[in-house]
Design a protein around this ligand. Structure first.
Ligand code: CA
Length: 269
């Protein structure tokens, strides 16, 4: 056979393997409790007499989604032959409590290239998309501030069009005649930026036993507004950078730890 024919035969065999794989994927079930799958052997785990493997396979709903399954290996010979980081075509049985036991394993690196690597790439692309920037765009709606208390404001020409925008922070807590604020345990806070065509809403949330602060600064010619939300269980620092091309703010949560319990907050004594 010349090389061209060899290549064509090779491609045909690969195509048949893929078709067979998809047929098995869709039926997935030889009899009521025997299944066929393919995946990457992530780890071999030994605990006393119990041997098991973790196989990374394609999810059932979405082809591009990867998931991990544990399969027990009771056959010692089968166990000894399994290699980590290799791609296998596996037949396993499943009992009523969904415990899986390996029946047969066959190395299949060509499936890895055609199916698994593609799914892995798609999953990575999906993660990158999820990490895409969050924007705060101008809204035509205007916050009714008539019943709110203005806590602070600052005029800055954020988009450098010659007109100042007004950064304003409000709360629902009311101000007494003497100027003091009637703080409750919790109240709503708002941080908005008024432009002549509408408003940017940077913060609109309830804060329990806490407060919001904001800073306006420039860094490498970009305007930023940073907010710090504090409370007994919150310490959230966010950055809003003005993006002239997007006509909006790129929002980034810089620091926002989970299950926070603040023990102490300094004050000048
Ligand atoms: Ca402006």
């Amino acid at each position: 056979m010349n090389n061209k024919i060899k290549n064509i035969v090779g491609i045909l065999i690969l195509a048949i393997v893929i078709v067979v794989f998809y047929i098995f994927q869709s039926s997935n079930n030889i009899n009521s409790n025997t299944f066929i799958t393919s995946g990457l052997l992530l780890s071999k785990d030994e605990e006393g007499d119990s041997h098991s493997i973790i196989l990374q396979i394609l999810g059932e709903d979405k082809e591009s989604e990867l998931k991990e399954i544990t399969i027990y290996v009771k056959n010692k010979k089968l166990w000894d032959g399994l290699k980590k980081d290799k791609y296998y075509y596996m037949t396993y049985s499943q009992d009523d409590s969904k415990n899986k036991t390996l029946i047969k394993a066959q190395l299949n690196e060509s499936l890895r290239e055609t199916i698994y690597d593609k799914a892995l790439k798609e999953e990575n692309e999906k993660t990158e998309q999820e990490e895409k920037l969050e924007y705060v765009h101008l809204s035509g709606d205007k916050l009714d501030t008539s019943d709110l208390t203005l806590l602070d404001s600052k005029k800055v020409d954020l988009d450098r069009d010659g007109e100042d925008e007004s950064i304003e922070m409000y709360t629902t807590a009311q101000r007494y005649d003497n100027g003091e604020i009637a703080w409750d345990d919790g109240q709503k806070w708002f941080l908005i930026i008024k432009d002549e065509d509408g408003e940017f809403v940077l913060f609109d949330d309830y804060i329990q036993l806490g407060a919001l602060e904001f800073w306006v600064f420039t860094s490498k010619d970009d305007y930023h507004i940073a907010t710090l939300q504090t409370g007994s269980a919150t310490f959230k620092l966010s950055d809003f950078k003005y993006d002239n091309k997007e006509k909006g703010f790129v929002k980034k949560d810089i620091f926002n730890p989970d299950y926070l319990n603040v023990i102490y907050n300094s004050s000048i004594k």
